[in-house]
Design a protein around this ligand. Sequence first.
Ligand SMILES: [Zn+2]
Length: 449
Amino acid sequence: MKVSIGIDGVDSQHGGCTTHALYRLFKRLVEKGYVRSLLDYPYLVRLNPAVPRKTRGNGAVAIGVELAVDRLDPLVEELSGLLVEYVAQVRGDLSKACAAVVPYGLTERLREVYTKALTDFVHLDYLGSIIKSLGDSVVLPLGMNWGCVGALAALGWSRSVCTYELLVYRDPSYVGSPRRAPDVGALAELDSSREYETFCSYDPESGRITATPGGPDPVLLGIRGLDPDKLVEALRVLAIPEPIEGWMVFKTNQASGEHMIPRASLELKPLRTGCLAGVVREVAVRPGGDVVLSVSDGLGELRAAVFKETGLTRYARLLVAGDVVRLCGSVKLWDDDRPTLHVELLEVVDLEERYLRRNPRCPKCGSRMESAGRGKGYRCPKCGFRAADLRPEVSRLPRGIDVGVYLPGCGSVKHLGIPMPLSGLDLGCREGSLRAVSDFYRIDVVGVV
Ligand SMILES: [Zn+2]
């Protein structure tokens, strides 16, 4: 029997991580002999960062396995037992924790949930109607709640574009103490060598490590990359200075920009994500450096904010009325009750040409001429030469910005956003050498210490 399991909402502000719960679950299912094979890498699916009712990191997970047993009951029992235990451990809220078990391959029908949870706000009655239409094929061992939005969305992820992340989990007795992770030098070397196709392990601009979370998170280190096998090789060359519980490679929609769907200005309502293409009407640089733009797409005008932290203000401040742009991000409602697009990607599509118009130089002595009065041509202030037929000098002003796509750096990019190092890359979705479970202690997807 082949099934997929989606999970969300099992972490809390006190700790835990949905990926870690999945790691524990998979390990236990394998140890108990329930799993015959793993059908794909586990998925780590990031969802709309603009919705308020989200889990920390707005990520949900899913996994597809072939069961060694021919009944669902023992799996469902093990699954709910483990998650209840996990939520209690991290002092989470079980009424927000959801697990969904569906037949492997049903994911096509959940695609719509994924797209909506990625780009919009999902109402529970909408989700309820989808679940109802799927009938007995969806099992929710912990019941129906807000966590089911993420759990079902993770099951419906399209996987047309993907990156990978290898997550290393701390030994439980170390969680809460300062992290001893590989140093900046090692991580900088890892990214810059390109040998392992990793990205954003550190931020070259600030010189800071970006591969480690803070606080009580069970994750010691997350290495992002394009090739799952190379991530495992990278882990082998990085010395991990503290004991670990284990690690797992996730296939993810991180850095895909998949939430940046085209939308009209009128569709860009609060809590939605998307891109607006249009003409810049106004540019205002605020004290502090943030840039606020007004952009019209012919149907309406939308305010867009480019924040200094993104590093995109150095380009946004050079925009002028008349420029054609495409701005992507998520929409939030500001205190003045107007929706505002928080920009994560700035594309300059066309630049307004700007000219400098000056009086001509004197043909006799070369001095800059003056106007001799309306309709009377020019007069030279130095030698007195007059000319009625000279034309003003016109030169094109450099804009200081080119047509192209501008992206945030590793230090400020959000999970779903495309970071600068991946600019222009066609990501696709590579397949790694995923092995059968019989091999898994030895290699690849999960490392058990
Ligand atoms: Zn002159």
